[in-house]
Design a protein around this ligand. Structure first.
Ligand code: SF4
Length: 304
């Protein structure tokens, strides 16, 4: 059964205004995400993952603009509607990389939860029971123990679960998680995903990660390089039988160095952002790489 299309997004061109002109950061990245589906966005630092996610939430920095493109959420055209603010924290929820940094150090867990519940128009008399319920849902067996704690009194794992409790106050249709399992071991990572599925079974989940193990827990994978999509498809297929030279490089050597750019990507030198580092590159690659499709995988490359 085809599930609801929750996110239908095209970045168009996302560019930063700099002192000496403009720099394109992301170009024509298309994302489609259905209810209950997990999509991993992977790539090196600087590949455009976070900028793409910020543009989905329309939270780009002031000097960065999105030109063209589209943003449909649950069938509604959010670019035409204008402000996305009322949907953030309610229908679209962000789970940060570091719960401790995300939480306001001067506010208790109770204050954070009550603020979210107030935004959702939950009557004051119901806020305590709803806050307790959200903490229970997020895996706190004794929620009263954490309700009046400040963030500095929580461990990193507890703070991350508080951010899930905050999300659980509403029933979001779209979750955007930026490196949500950074620093967690593989068991804790798996538990985190089980928790996400238990708390938000129907939500579409966009997971930004540089961790292949995390990507393998998703349904689909989309590989970015230099702000462009290189390859996308079913996670198992892409991670076991990558078609694009960049994906293969990412899965081999680049993973070990934490996916840092080396040397820096220079998208302007050829159409393909991987041009300078690709062992298969030739003059042909200075044109537009063809779009190839085979089974469930799509990729853009002149050679493979
Ligand atoms: S063969 Fe050409 S188009 Fe394909 S990844 Fe290498 S440089 Fe890019």
């Amino acid at each position: 059964m085809e599930r609801n299309l929750i996110l239908d997004y095209d970045s168009g061109r996302i560019a930063a205004k700099l002192d000496r002109g403009e720099k394109t950061l992301v170009q024509n990245v298309r994302l489609q995400l259905h209810a209950a589906e997990r999509l991993a966005l992977i790539g090196e630092t600087g590949s455009g993952k976070t900028m793409t996610a910020l543009s989905v939430m329309r939270l780009l920095p002031d000097n960065v603009k999105m030109e063209g493109g589209k943003l449909f959420f649950d069938g509604r055209d959010l670019l035409a509607e204008g402000s996305i603010r009322p949907r953030l924290g309610t229908e679209i929820v962000y789970i940060p990389q570091n719960g401790l940094e995300f939480l306001n150090p001067s506010r208790t867990v109770r204050k954070h939860l009550y603020d979210s519940l107030k935004k959702l128009r939950v009557p004051r008399r119901d806020r305590e029971s709803r806050a307790m319920g959200a903490l229970l849902t997020a895996g706190f067996d004794e929620p009263w123990e954490v309700l009046d704690k400040y963030p500095f009194q929580l461990s990193g794992g507890m703070a991350q679960r508080v951010t899930i409790a905050l999300a659980a106050c509403s029933q979001p249709k779209l979750l955007i998680a930026d490196e949500p399992t950074n620093g967690l071991d593989s068991d804790a990572t798996e538990r985190f995903f089980l928790l996400l599925d238990r708390v938000f079974p129907e939500a579409a989940k966009l997971i930004i990660t540089h961790d292949i193990a995390v990507a393998s827990l998703c349904d689909r994978v989309q590989v970015l390089c230099g702000g462009k999509t290189m390859e996308c498809g079913g996670a198992r297929q892409v991670l076991r039988d990558a078609r694009h030279p960049y994906t293969r490089a990412l899965l081999a050597a680049l993973v070990e160095n934490g996916m840092r750019e080396s040397p820096p990507l220079r998208a302007q030198e050829g159409f393909c952002p991987f041009y300078r580092r690709c062992t298969l590159a030739s003059d042909v690659c200075l044109g537009e790489p063809p779009h190839r499709i085979d089974g469930g995988t799509e990729w853009w490359c002149c050679r493979s």
